[in-house]
Ligand binder design. Structure first.
Ligand code: IMP
Ligand code: MG
Length: 181
């Protein structure tokens, strides 16, 4: 691994562990939403595209798939200003909505998005994140969390550093000197 990717410190979550957990999360969602008409799945681009694809293919309940793209500023200082780059194709009022996000760090992005979508009057609004960093996430309550990881920079399975490494099949920790030189 290190021969191919000298910037990686170590694999944090191996491919088979991710796949198993994603299946479990989908099973839980299938159970929890067994009685609704359909679930409106919203993936947050770009990071959630792989998680979203795997998760939704394990859903047996009726669902639709949509995406939003956000851009955040002040990431390193966590000042947190978030802008919608691409919005949903349909209104979500009266819909049961699930936000699907790759990772929660400060929690600012999800908190902001949650408020925006809540104001559109969905029938219900839940959040599903693959990875949560063990740190202050702004006191945000997440409904479905795949993994808790240390407060390090991770890449792979959709997650990037400067738009690289997204398509690695596992989640790996980036060497500190790469992201914090
Ligand atoms: P938050 O608003 O601080 O929670 O940041 C969430 C966003 O920051 C995520 O959607 C990612 O795009 C990005 N992010 C935060 N930590 C990482 C990481 O370790 N690897 C890759 N992206 C990250
Ligand atoms: Mg993201």
């Amino acid at each position: 691994m290190t021969e191919q990717n000298p910037d990686l410190e170590r694999i944090l979550i191996p491919t088979d562990v991710i796949q198993k957990r994603v299946q479990e999360m989908a099973a839980q969602i299938n159970k929890d939403f067994a009685n609704i008409d359909r679930l409106y799945m919203i993936g947050i681009l770009k990071g959630a595209f792989i998680f979203m694809a795997d998760l939704t293919r394990h859903l047996t309940i009726p669902h639709v798939v949509d995406f939003m793209a956000l851009s955040s500023y002040g990431k390193t200082t966590t000042i947190g200003e978030v802008r919608i780059l691409m919005d949903l194709r349909e209104p979500i009022d009266g819909q049961h909505v699930m936000i699907v996000e790759d990772i929660v760090d400060s929690g600012i992005t999800l908190k902001y998005l949650y408020k925006i979508l809540k104001d559109r009057n969905p029938a219900s609004l839940h959040t599903c994140v693959l990875v949560r960093k063990k740190r202050d996430n702004g006191g945000f309550p997440f409904d479905y969390v795949g993994f808790e990881i240390p407060d390090v920079w991770v890449v792979g399975y959709g997650l990037d550093f400067a738009d690289r490494y997204r398509t690695l099949p596992y989640v790996a920790e980036l060497k500190r000197e790469v992201y914090n030189p």
